[in-house]
Every structure is written in structure tokens, then in C-alpha cells.
Design a protein around this ligand. Structure first.
Ligand SMILES: NC(=O)c1ccc[n+]([C@@H]2O[C@H](COP(=O)([O-])OP(=O)(O)OC[C@H]3O[C@@H](n4cnc5c(N)ncnc54)[C@H](OP(=O)(O)O)[C@@H]3O)[C@@H](O)[C@H]2O)c1
Length: 249
């Protein structure tokens, strides 16, 4: 039997990048997967198509995680399609780097609303839909909360908040048998890092030069860790932040 057979997983922000990689790997491990997206319907549909073509189960569900009604609707659709949820991957996130002099109120709200408020709202909505067996919540943080790169004050603050929320909720939800862990990737090649100009930049080359494993990450590197954290193989882990940057710390 596959590792995640009979499990239901919701992956936020799964129309591309790390989220798409996680959705595909959870499905390959046997989970029924909800591929959430905000605006990129075509991307989400493509991820679902790939999963289904490989014999898996998935649906795409639109919803802006930073909106309470949308967060609730994601789980209503999940329940209708697959029943109670076992795994929530809080992956949806946005990033914009810039020096302190360039920071705007809009930059602050855009990043905190998605990366922090969104994660809280989807977790709240998911809690109404876990069953008595509990489950696993996997938050996607970032190695930035350890290495604090120049020009990342807002983004690093959001990911520091993710680390803190993981620790708090692991204690709060432990009695409900819900484990809460974070994966904190180093730089990963995604649509988002291409669009932000990170790929091919000095930041990218420096990461390659300093990473003990000598390269940047790919979505699959992160997805394999998510499968582990979703499965019973990690049943004794909660409140952990796993640095996943090929040794960058
Ligand atoms: N790539 C890296 O180097 C790296 C490193 C460390 C951590 N991370 C973290 O990993 C996560 C994914 O990053 P990525 O590079 O894969 O990003 P990406 O390629 O830009 O993809 C972002 C995904 O999030 C979705 N999304 C954005 N805002 C949303 C919202 N309000 N509600 C629902 N979905 C939303 C997007 O959906 P739409 O396209 O439909 O808007 C898309 O599916 C983020 O949390 C990021 O901070 C990334």
C-alpha cells in the first residue's frame, strides 16, 4: 500500500513552483490532493491533469488564502470531493526584496497577508475538517529566517512569524493529534524565483557557491520532505523547522 493511501491533502498555492511539486509528490504517494490556487487556473488545471494521468486523484480549488470566506470554501470543496482532511500544506506565499528605504505599506501588507494571515486562516478552516485521528500541518517557511539576507526585512519577518506559529501550534494542537512542522527551503528554482529575477542573479550564484551540496533546490527536493512530514514515518515529529537548503544555514 502506498504511504499516503486514503489520506486527503490540501496544498495551498499549488498552481506552480514548490506547491505544484508537493501536490504531485503527495498524489504519487497515494493521497487525494486539493490543488489550491489564487489566480492561475490554467496552472492548477495542468497540475491536476498530470496527477490524474498518472493514476492519482486531485481537484483544483480557487481561493485567496488571506480571505476567511475563501479559506473556508477551500475546505468545503475538499469535504465535498474527498471527505475529512488529513494533511494541510501551507505553501502559498509571496516575496519581494528591497532595501529598507524602498519598503512600502503595500509591500508589507501583501507579504504579511499571504504568508502569515493566510496561513492562520487556512489552518483555522482546516481544523474544522480534521477527524479524530488528527493529521499533519506542514508550513513552508524559508531559510531566510536563519540567514537573514540583506534587503529581505519584510519577507524574513513573515517567515520568522511562520517559525513562531509552527512552534506555538505544535503545542496547541498536539492534544488533537495534529502535528505541525515547517520546511524552510533555501533558494529553489520556481516560476516565482524566475519572475523575481533571483535565478541567474548574484544571490543565486552565491547560494550555489556556499551550499555544501553545490546547487540550488528544485521543487522535488522539497516535495520529498513534505511526503515524509505528511506520513506516519514522521509521527514523532512536531514543532520542528527543517532547514532544506542543501546544507545552507
Ligand atoms: N522558491 C524559493 O526559493 C523559496 C525559498 C524558500 C521558501 N519559499 C516559499 O515557498 C512557497 C512557494 O514559493 P514558490 O517559489 O514556489 O512561489 P511561486 O512559484 O511564485 O508560486 C506561488 C504559489 O502561491 C500561490 N499564491 C500566491 N498568493 C496566494 C494567495 N493569496 N492565495 C492562494 N494562493 C496564492 C500562487 O497562485 P497563483 O499563481 O494562482 O496566484 C502560486 O501557486 C512560498 O511560501 C515561499 O515563500 C520559496
Amino acid at each position: 500500500m502506498k504511504k499516503l493511501a486514503n489520506k486527503v491533502a490540501v496544498v495551498t498555492g499549488a498552481s506552480k513552483g514548490i506547491g505544484a511539486g508537493i501536490a504531485k509528490s503527495l498524489a504519487a504517494a497515494g493521497a487525494s490532493v486539493v490543488v489550491n490556487y489564487s489566480s492561475a487556473k490554467a496552472g492548477a488545471d495542468k497540475v491536476v491533469e498530470e496527477i490524474v494521468n498518472n493514476g492519482g486523484k486531485a481537484i483544483a480549488v480557487q481561493g485567496n488564502v488571506s480571505n476567511t470566506a475563501d479559506a473556508d470554501r477551500i475546505f468545503e470543496e475538499t469535504k465535498k470531493a474527498f471527505g475529512a482532511v488529513d494533511v494541510l500544506v501551507n505553501n502559498a506565499g509571496v516575496y519581494k526584496f528591497g532595501a529598507i528605504e524602498q519598503i512600502t505599506e503595500d509591500d508589507f501588507h501583501a507579504q504579511f497577508n499571504t504568508n502569515v494571515l493566510g496561513l492562520l486562516l487556512t489552518t483555522q478552516a482546516a481544523l474544522k475538517n480534521f477527524n479524530e485521528n488528527g493529521g499533519s500541518i506542514i508550513n513552508i517557511g524559508s531559510v531566510v529566517s536563519s540567514i537573514a539576507p540583506v534587503g529581505s526585512a519584510i519577507y524574513t519577518a513573515t517567515k520568522g512569524a511562520v517559525d513562531s506559529i509552527t512552534h506555538v501550534l505544535s503545542k496547541e494542537l498536539g492534544p488533537k493529534k495534529i502535528r505541525v512542522n515547517s520546511i524552510n527551503p533555501g533558494i529553489v528554482e520556481t516560476e516565482g524565483t524566475h519572475a523575481a529575477g533571483f535565478i541567474g542573479s548574484d544571490f543565486h550564484h552565491e547560494a550555489e557557491r556556499t551550499a555544501p551540496l553545490g546547487r540550488i533546490g528544485q521543487p522535488h527536493d522539497i516535495a520529498q520532505i513534505a511526503v515524509f512530514l505528511a506520513s506516519e514515518e514522521s509521527g514523532w515529529l512536531t514543532g520542528e523547522t527543517l532547514l532544506a537548503g542543501g546544507g545552507i544555514r
